[in-house]
Design a protein around this ligand. Structure first.
Ligand SMILES: CC(C)(COP(=O)(O)OP(=O)(O)OC[C@H]1O[C@@H](n2cnc3c(N)ncnc32)[C@H](O)[C@@H]1OP(=O)(O)O)[C@@H](O)C(=O)NCCC(=O)NCCS
Length: 448
């Protein structure tokens, strides 16, 4: 199937917007989101709002794990204590005299987050679930009290999620003798995404997403009008990293590298979102609408076509509604759809309905194609073609000799699949009787 974006710039309002939210609610309940939240947001006036939105997600049944980034708070504490540290390969080297300040910063930030959660009636819990060890000396550099992850007790984190807690995982790890290390919180985030069954990872900071400017980009890249990438698949991320070594700012490079890391493992997360925490509602918009605001990196486009079930009926009616009003499609009642539901097929991406179509058997040799509709947000991305090719193939597999379709405004599109113009006289007997002369649809035929 062709490539298509997994979110776009359509904006659904009113009832259709509410339906869209319901659809997402069903999809995300009991699923786990990991949120890495930068401490530079803590003092922003919109931070309490962001925390409230997180609590709303939790209240509707989404499991939430929070990993605070603490870089800003560490910087403040170290500079007040007149201690300077250096970074190698994006990692802070932690001398012994800096470690107590790192611990203090980690606790302080985690506590602030927990108090926001408590204020919203949610139970945050922080704990020591990271087994760490010293990085030691690597390529001649002694990392001192900077550690790497040996193991995360993700079993404990899972249990806490089941008990409705929001685990807040701070970045201090302990070795088997109780010695503590400063562990990079992005590494904790990625590792957790590999260990737990996580469906979305959010990096929430001050960046709107990854800006396109000055970067050498692969073909077919999707961008926002604001100048950031809207969607990237893993091959595109790989390309950006390889071709922009010298121009990619460190923060953006880290986002891309972390996204690769979090998605790559067999159990890795499917979607990584980089969103701006100082923009009101950005988290909710990213979760509940096809119009995300930040950059999304996705592992796979899980696109497939499946037979519809009665549960899909409201979605199919919604999908067809706009086209019925425009006169492209005939109105079908809910009862009619329920009765014929096994003739309908759904083009689905990540459990989201992108389009539908039907193949009704008329007699032993003839089938009717109908109800072909593609969500306007995903038009011209090959979804319609995917459905048609599937239905034509299905007709052949069922041993049909001929397909027909009645259409008012889409004949040119059907010609692409080899249909030719016929007349109502070409229709099978029973269908001829039901031909609506007033609608005056064109009859198109395809020999299989
Ligand atoms: C027609 C429809 C199914 C196409 O779905 P889609 O996923 O956008 O189609 P594809 O991506 O496979 O093909 C897109 C191409 O079809 C063309 N196309 C779309 N609607 C067309 C029409 N009514 N007539 C002719 N060509 C059309 C587009 O211009 C596009 O061309 P391009 O690739 O050169 O840009 C979709 O537009 C739709 O749902 N239309 C309303 C419902 C309808 O008319 N259904 C058929 C009645 S049974």
């Amino acid at each position: 199937m062709n490539d298509f974006p997994l979110k776009n710039n359509s904006f659904e309002t009113g009832v259709s917007g509410i339906r869209e939210v319901f659809n997402y609610l069903k999809r995300y309940r009991k699923k786990t989101f990991v949120l890495k939240i930068e401490d530079s947001l803590l003092l922003n006036p919109l931070f309490p709002m962001l925390m409230k939105d997180i609590i709303h997600l939790h209240d509707i049944g989404i499991n939430i794990v929070i990993i605070p980034g603490i870089r800003t708070t560490i910087e403040e504490k170290l500079s007040r204590a007149n201690i300077s540290t250096r970074f190698v390969n994006g990692m802070r080297i932690t001398p012994a005299e800096a470690l107590p300040f790192v611990k203090l910063a980690a606790m302080e930030v985690a506590e602030t987050i927990i108090s926001h959660l408590a204020a919203g009636g949610a139970n945050g819990i922080m704990g020591n679930w990271i087994r760490a060890r010293a990085i030691g000396v690597s390529q001649g550099v002694d990392y001192e009290f900077t550690g790497c992850i040996e193991k995360i007790r993700s079993d404990i984190v899972s249990q806490l999620l089941e008990q409705n807690f929001i685990p807040v995982i701070y970045n201090i790890g302990f070795n088997s003798t109780g010695k503590s290390y400063n562990v990079n919180s992005s590494h904790i985030t990625c590792r957790l995404c590999q260990d737990l069954d996580v469906i979305k990872l959010f990096f929430i900071g001050r960046d709107e997403g990854i800006p396109v400017a000055n970067l050498q980009c692969p073909e077919g890249i999707e961008t926002h009008p604001s100048g950031i990438f809207s969607n990237l698949d893993l091959a595109q991320v790989d390309y950006l990293l390889k071709h922009n070594r010298d121009v990619l700012e460190l923060d953006y490079r880290e986002y891309l590298e972390n996204a690769l890391e979090a998605t790559r493992a067999q159990n890795g997360v499917n979607r990584v979102h980089i969103i701006c925490g100082t923009r009101e509602g950005s988290l909710l918009q990213e979760v509940f609408s096809s119009m995300g605001l930040g950059t999304m990196i996705y592992r796979n486009k899980y696109a497939h076509i499946r037979v519809a079930t009665c549960e899909d009926v409201p979605e199919i009616l919604h999908l067809m509604d706009g086209y019925v009003k425009k006169g492209n499609l005939v109105l079908r009642s809910e009862a009619e759809l329920n009765e014929q539901i096994t003739d309908y097929y759904i083009y689905e991406v990540d459990m989201s309905v992108y389009g539908c179509g039907a193949l009704y058997r008329q007699d032993d040799e003839t089938g009717e194609i109908g109800a072909i509709s593609v969500n306007p947000s995903y038009k011209s991305k090959g979804v319609g073609r995917g459905i048609m090719e599937f239905l034509i193939d299905l007709g052949r597999k069922r041993g049909l000799k001929r397909l027909f379709v009645l259409t008012t405004q889409t004949s040119d599109w059907f010609y692409n699949f080899g249909f030719i113009q016929g007349t109502p006289a070409d229709l099978p007997q029973g269908r001829k009787a039901r031909y609506n002369n007033e609608r005056n649809s064109r009859v198109l035929l395809l020999d299989l």
